[in-house]
Design a binder for this molecule. Structure first.
Ligand code: CTP
Length: 409
């Protein structure tokens, strides 16, 4: 556990927080959050929305932060002193407290019509939200759908809790207490130092192997697991590069993205990204690629279907695992199997020469490809660990923590 000291714990000292205060009676609690956070060594820059201004004044906020409070998107002085892009670029972490239903909806749908929503849309740092609203607004399907979108994009949340509300009703919707928000901040920002100075390479998504200018051979990988791993490693402070095949996943914040299509392009991009301390190959790389790519679209012309000759692709995981100076200290592969999971994964570990294999069942009714959850086993030289079924985000966090343990010991 991290010790909290009045002059700032070693982890939290210097952490720069961009605090977005939106409209809600709970806004008064953020004054306490700022006071206690500063005691722990955090510094705060704040954006106060118009709604937030109804509950706390810029003067009380700036007295506690000892910084100017930002509120206007179209203010010449604000933009000249600190543009909305710089506000998030210069922060280590963005905290939205209280996060109103309105601001959550704007975040979920990418609206940018005031300084807070614009800075959040431009953010490339981890975001922590502390929602606060009436319990019926919280349980409304619209709010829950917005929340699901934000969670899937890697936004972190603390609260809300259940209790009596300012409107004399009772239910879930109270903003988490300042201590709970600080604990969540501590976890996110404290963690962000563990892999500082380390470089991580992650592959994700499918590859598309061209048949002709309009057709390709591909697979059902969504990229969710690989993207979540890149996000989790970056959150631990690793300088992370994500080499990804075509996916619909949003870019993880703070991660360098290299987009590729084919297995050959993915291999070249990975080699370009070296040296790295850890490589995690989560991509579903095509095993075969057409021997010839037609330069024109293949036409039916009433004849027999054209035969497709395939050749094997280069094995990226095996290539990265080859002993030598360029080999990352830790190489992690995935094994997507439809049967004999552990036996196949163990054989794969030896065949590829990597250090760990994350084995998962795919196909059938597992829902792994494209789904939000996964059930994996970690296969290493020392044995097999079965992890409980969990969201891909949770599995990514667990894996990133294990990687951090290994690289820092
Ligand atoms: N992999 C890779 N390059 C390839 C094929 C696979 O880097 N050309 C990596 C994947 O990213 C994954 C691991 O190898 O980390 C295992 O992938 P998987 O598809 O399960 O295994 P294959 O190597 O394709 O073996 P098989 O088809 O026999 O199961």
């Amino acid at each position: 556990m991290t010790e909290h000291r009045l002059d700032g714990s070693p982890r939290s000292r210097g952490t720069k927080i961009l605090l977005v205060i939106s409209g809600g009676i709970a806004a008064y609690k953020v004054l306490e959050l700022i006071r206690r956070g500063r005691e722990r060594g955090y510094s705060f820059r704040t954006i106060l929305t118009r709604g937030g201004e109804q509950f706390v004044t810029p003067l009380s906020v700036s007295s506690l932060t000892e910084e100017k409070v930002y509120s206007e998107l179209w203010s010449l002085t604000d933009e000249a002193e600190m543009g909305h892009i710089r506000l998030s670029r210069e922060a280590d972490l963005i905290v939205v407290a209280p996060a109103s239903a309105d601001l959550l909806a704007k975040m979920a749908h990418g609206l940018a019509d005031d300084l807070a929503s614009t800075a959040l849309l431009a953010a490339d740092k981890p975001i922590l939200i502390a929602p606060a609203m009436n319990h019926r607004m919280w349980s409304n399907a619209a709010t829950q759908a917005n929340l699901a979108l934000l969670t899937a994009r890697g936004v972190h949340r603390v609260g809300p809790t259940e209790g009596a509300m300012a409107c004399n009703e009772f239910g879930v919707g109270r903003m988490a207490e300042p201590e709970a928000i600080l604990a969540a901040i501590e976890q996110l920002s404290g963690a962000s130092h563990v892999l500082a100075g380390k470089r991580a390479l992650v592959t994700s998504g499918p590859t598309y192997e061209k048949l002709d200018p309009v057709r390709f051979l591909g697979n059902r990988s969504s990229g969710k697991q690989g993207h979540a791993i890149a996000r989790a490693l970056s959150l631990l402070g690793a300088d992370t590069v994500l080499v990804t095949g075509p996916t619909h996943e949003p870019d993880p914040p703070g991660v360098e993205i290299v987009r590729v299509e084919s297995a050959a392009e993915m291999l070249a991009a990975c080699q370009e990204a070296l040296p790295a301390d850890v490589a995690v190959c989560a991509a579903a790389v095509a095993d075969w690629t057409p021997a010839q790519v037609a330069t024109e679209k293949r036409k039916k012309n009433g004849g027999a279907p054209p035969p497709i000759q395939l050749v094997e692709t280069a094995d990226i995981l095996a290539t990265l695992s080859k002993p030598g100076n360029a080999r990352p200290r830790l190489v992690v592969g995935f094994a997507a199997e439809t049967e004999n999971l552990i036996a196949n994964a163990t054989a794969k570990l030896a065949r590829k020469g990597c250090d760990w294999i994350v084995a998962n069942l795919v196909g059938g009714d597992t829902g792994t490809f494209g789904g939000t959850e996964n059930e994996v086993a970690l296969v290493t030289a020392t044995g097999v660990e079965t992890w409980p079924r969990a969201t891909k985000e949770t599995i990514a966090t667990q894996l990133a923590n294990r990687i951090a343990d290994t690289l820092t010991n």
